[in-house]
Design a protein around this ligand. Sequence first.
Ligand SMILES: Cc1cc2nc3c(=O)[nH]c(=O)nc-3n(C[C@H](O)[C@H](O)[C@H](O)COP(=O)(O)OP(=O)(O)OC[C@H]3O[C@@H](n4cnc5c(N)ncnc54)[C@H](O)[C@@H]3O)c2cc1C
Length: 478
Amino acid sequence: MTLALSNAALQMLHAWGENTRARSYVHRPTTAAGLQAVFALAQHTGLSIALRGAGQSYGDAALNSEQIVVCLAQMNRITHWSPANGVVELEPGVTLAQLWRHCIGDGWWPPVVSGTMFTSVGGCAAMNIHGKNNWQAGNFAQHILEFTAVLPAGNIVRCSATENSDLFHAIPGSFGMLGCITALRLQLKRIHTGLVSVSALAAPNLRTMLQLLDENKSSSDYVVGWIDAAAGGAGLGRGQVHAATYYAPPFAAAHAQSLQLQHQDLPARIFGVFPAHYAWLGLRLANNAPTLRLVNALKYLSARLQHGRTYLQSLAAFNFLLDYVPDWKRAYRPGGLVQHQSFIAKENALAAYQQLLQACQDARLLPTLAVLKRHKPDSQYAVSYCPDGYSLALDFSAHARTRHRLATLLAQLDQIVVASQGKFYFAKDSALHPAAARASLGAAALRNLTVLKQRCDPENLLQSNLSRRLLPELHAPE
Ligand SMILES: Cc1cc2nc3c(=O)[nH]c(=O)nc-3n(C[C@H](O)[C@H](O)[C@H](O)COP(=O)(O)OP(=O)(O)OC[C@H]3O[C@@H](n4cnc5c(N)ncnc54)[C@H](O)[C@@H]3O)c2cc1C
């Protein structure tokens, strides 16, 4: 198959956070052979290629200005499903929504999911995503039994724990820099109902919040902390912890209907009243400091009143809370939103996160969302970002009028994280500087990644706006 570069393929693509965009030659192969033809086209034209799954990365990880973007959304077939053992074979463009909807009726669930169900499994593998159960279930790639990748030179490699095991631990997490995953075999998680039992716990400050995440680790399958970033002084870092377990009562059959799709569908109305489709308008109206303070204070008050309450929630509702409001990023237009997510070892986390929250308050830039998770190390992968510790994700509006102040604040937050030997996660990044990215990866991992890059992609075809922004040395080794 021979392809030509056509202006008809020129298209404007956005980062999910709509904080940046880029025009590219977009190709949408439907087979591995079609993908190989795009690699041949890149070699022929001297252009680079960025891979793109569902385009749900917050920043520029799947953008490639004036170059080629290969969008894998049309390689989205589930090719084999085995309800007996929960093993699924699928193409990279299958979304998590497609996957869980296919398997839940048989009593299986993806063991690691992102906060939105609209990511693709290829994108989840390429970033080695984490869920609210990371300290226990590890990252997405830990549940891949085998995958196939097309390397930029056109050769196809099959990778598992026993075959090409170095690439099995290098391509996942390497943000699309080594090869394109074209097929995966995943092990799903057995579930007995489509429900989790959630305990809601109030935390009056950050120290208690971290303690609650830790204390609930052994008895829960998921833990997450929602922080009121507006609270200061003794209440700095206060908020609510949700600790959830897969619901498996002795008479699970009584809850069989919870495995049906209609039981998992997110509600069409918020609080049973407002059409979810227009709820972003409400978020937009609330997107200012006084309202954010008020909403956070009311949420914390409600957290105190609900302390210790336990309730059942569908797996989709618990895991994909952010999808309750379709297209909620519209609340941030026209500047978009930026997320700062940092990963810090447990010994340094309290002090570092207190500093981060205080810095936001001092800069008078309130995060619209602040979320804490618990992690375990993912150091078996060539690109690793999870420590035995915590992560804090902070969402900010990128208004034109505060853009400069926000850039200054983000640089300050990065310094605090680097000084605490913390790490960053490229799937969420929009603003990191190369020095911080290198510190996050570590010199040895960067050297190793550069060697792998030369081996898998000697002509340097795979690039993205993010890779050139953060790690230019990957594309121009000495
Ligand atoms: C609302 C929201 C909530 C989120 N919550 C979480 C969360 O809880 N945990 C978490 O870890 N992340 C989270 N994310 C981030 C998201 O999971 C990652 O950015 C993920 O990589 C997006 O998948 P995608 O299919 O959209 O990939 P894209 O954004 O399209 O691409 C991501 C990267 O993968 C590469 N890539 C894509 N497909 C392939 C392939 N087939 N082979 C090789 N490389 C490929 C791309 O080049 C790019 O570098 C969230 C994102 C959003 C928008």
